[in-house]
Design a protein around this ligand. Structure first.
Ligand code: PGA
Length: 261
């Protein structure tokens, strides 16, 4: 796992946008896995700026969301479908039909989950998957105790997650849906490159546990330890509880020019 400690989220956004730029310009039909929430917003802003400036072409890119709330209509402003359009894809040349999410409005949620897995497979898998991390260590909506081999399925959100996401629902945790369809940890681990973004002291404990703690379903983000190409891009406050920060900084500073994240 590569740990990149950045001075600011903006610096991290540039590094991650560069990696996405390489992916979308090198593949015939590139696929991106998109996260919602606050952590990837800087990356989306950077990609939008490059797209508007004409230095980044995303028109052939297919996108897959990590997860979706159950119980919100697709056009609800806080559905992840709406979120990603508003914060990212509507401002680029990514076609709306090329943005996929699990159909959390389906009557048969298990069937919808299977169809989503099939859609990801059908697109050739995900080249680069963006991830945030919950303060409880979740990735996607894989809450603590999620099987490390899990596939897309229904999950119940923890109260901690619902409280954290209340900011998108006028501060009302009860308005945050209780359930979500989420890519499983096994699904996420099949993406060819995982890029986890985190900033702020509220993430420090989960980040330290994910990187330096044991591999455990109790801390789903620790599954990144199993992945052959995982990059964690964090600011100093999110990195503050790590023990080996000197090593991570020295390693990144000494990286050969040709070696990308
Ligand atoms: P955040 O959420 O990016 O809004 O902090 C991350 C997550 O809950 O996975």
């Amino acid at each position: 796992m590569e740990i990149v400690i950045v001075d600011s989220s903006e610096d991290g956004a540039v590094i991650v946008a560069d990696a996405i730029g390489r992916v979308v310009s090198s593949g015939v039909s590139p696929t991106l896995g998109l996260a919602t929430g606050g952590s990837p917003l800087g990356v989306y802003r950077e990609l939008i700026a490059r797209s508007r400036a004409g230095t980044l072409r995303l028109a052939d890119t297919t996108c897959f969301l990590l997860d979706e709330y159950v119980g919100l209509a697709q056009d609800h402003p806080e559905s992840y479908r709406s979120f990603i359009r508003r914060e990212f894809t509507d401002h680029t040349d990514i076609a709306d039909e090329a943005v996929h999410g699990p159909d959390a409005t389906a009557a048969d949620l298990s069937g919808a989950a299977e169809r989503y897995e099939a859609a990801i497979r059908g697109a050739g898998g995900i080249d680069l998957q963006l991830l945030g991390i919950g303060s409880d260590g979740h990735i996607g909506f894989n809450e603590p105790s999620s099987s490390l081999g899990s596939r897309t399925r229904l999950k119940t959100l923890t109260e901690e997650t619902r409280r954290a996401n209340a900011r998108f629902f006028d501060g009302d945790a009860d308005a945050v849906p209780r359930y979500a369809l989420t890519q499983g940890i096994g699904t996420i681990l099949e993406a060819r490159h995982l890029v986890l973004l985190a900033s702020g002291p509220a993430k420090a404990e989960a980040v330290a546990a994910a990187i330096e703690g044991p591999l455990t379903a109790s801390l789903p983000a620790s599954a990144l330890q199993l992945h052959p190409h995982a990059t964690v891009v964090i600011d100093g406050t999110a990195a503050s509880l790590l023990e080996r920060t000197d090593y991570y900084r020295a390693t990144y500073d000494a990286k050969p020019e040709w070696q990308e994240i």
